[in-house]
Design a protein around this ligand. Structure first.
Ligand code: PMP
Length: 357
């Protein structure tokens, strides 16, 4: 449904209609100039050749020192999506099941299902503050469980998993010998402290990205921190597929890390302001919502809403949103991405309120 909405939005824009794009998690800010310059300079210096399928040494070492692991555990990937795809490809090709708390980013399900894995969803909802019920999660695990996928902070709720809950999940996973894949692509720009899975146990797998943290979605660079044996296997997968993430992009990513403090502070502040603005407007409506712990999303609920038809009709008013059904069984919810300027947040939310049944 989200793809249908995105396509229709593009079509309407091509026909000359103005559209407030709340539907995509793609930052409106440009990639910081220093990062762009670093890529250009690297290209001029001829860093335009085939290269290592596991990633450049300098970038892996820098990431290893940030995460306090060895460089041999770090693999550079074409966006975090490729990291998730590769890991699932390796762990799920012989079948098994995957446990995912919902609401969840659609791609986990689509990727896992493409390998024939069985999905086991664990519902969370707004009334319990999106809390994961650890006991229920434990009950979903069996001999065939290959992965528990955590998204911390979460897309679409922007909730950070409570530290104690995370610790309990890690304990259960360790007791039952199941690997956790922790997707933390929003953690560096989170408004609240977000514990990484690696703070608990380095047996588990961390996936991160430059996309959101540095407004680099189109560059396609992310990374995974995982045991060496899997790095080797993922490298082999890269050798027969993508070969490598372009070296000039890896050099630009290294520059991003060098400047991360100032870039991240600025990006985080932009989103904090936008989140405050959206919450202020939403709190005057009948919609239920939880204050985001992180960029970019707010996931409001409106009782008895059919968010699919609502989202389709809203396109005619010039606003694109993602219906809640994109993220699981959440028909009364919809997701707005605060990846548009403040004026558009105000106008878009006003139009949404006017259009609600
Ligand atoms: N994880 C989550 C939770 C996401 O929302 C996204 C993109 N929307 C990704 C991973 C993929 O990001 P990328 O491939 O650009 O790193």
């Amino acid at each position: 449904m989200l793809y249908e909405i995105s396509e229709k939005a593009i079509q309407l824009v091509n026909e000359g209609k103005k559209m407030i794009k709340f539907n995509m998690g793609d930052p409106d800010q440009p990639t910081p100039n220093e990062i762009v310059e670093a890529a250009l300079e690297a290209m001029k210096q001829g860093k335009t050749k085939y290269a290592s399928s596991v990633g450049e040494k300098g970038l892996r070492e820098e990431l290893a020192s940030i995460h306090n692991v060895s460089a041999g555990n770090v693999m550079i990937t074409a966006g975090s999506k490729w990291a998730i795809f590769s890991l699932m490809f390796l762990l799920l090709k012989k079948g098994g099941n995957v446990i995912i708390p919902t609401p969840h980013w659609t791609s986990y399900e689509l990727i896992a299902k493409s390998f024939g894995a069985e999905m086991r969803f664990l519902r969370t909802d707004i009334d319990s503050g999106w809390k994961i019920d650890v006991e229920k999660l434990g009950n979903l695990i069996d001999q065939k469980t290959r992965l528990i996928v955590l998204n911390n902070p979460n897309n679409p709720t922007s909730k950070v998993i409570d530290e104690k809950v995370l610790e309990e999940i890690v304990q259960i996973a360790n007791n039952k010998g199941v690997t956790i894949l922790s997707d933390e692509v929003y953690s560096d720009i989170s408004f609240v402290k977000t514990k990484s899975i690696l703070d608990f146990d380095d047996k588990h797998v961390l996936v991160k990205s430059f996309s959101k943290t540095f407004a680099m979605t189109g560059w396609r660079i992310g990374y995974i921190i995982v045991e060496k044996e899997l790095v080797e296997k993922m490298m082999k997968l890269n050798q027969i597929t993508l070969t490598n993430v372009p070296v000039f992009i890896q050099i630009a990513a290294l520059k991003a890390l060098e400047l991360r403090k100032e870039i991240v502070d600025k990006i985080r502040e932009d989103y904090r302001r936008r989140a405050d603005l959206a919450c202020k407007i939403l709190s005057k409506t009948k919609m239920k919502f939880s204050r985001p712990d992180a960029p970019f999303y707010v996931f409001p609920k409106y009782d008895n809403l059919d968010s699919e038809s609502f989202a389709l009709n809203l396109l005619d008013d010039g606003v694109a949103i993602a219906p809640g059904t994109t993220f699981g069984d959440y028909r009364e919810y919809f997701r707005i991405a605060l990846t548009v300027p403040d004026e558009e947040i105000e106008l878009g939310l006003k139009k949404i309120c006017e259009a609600l049944p």
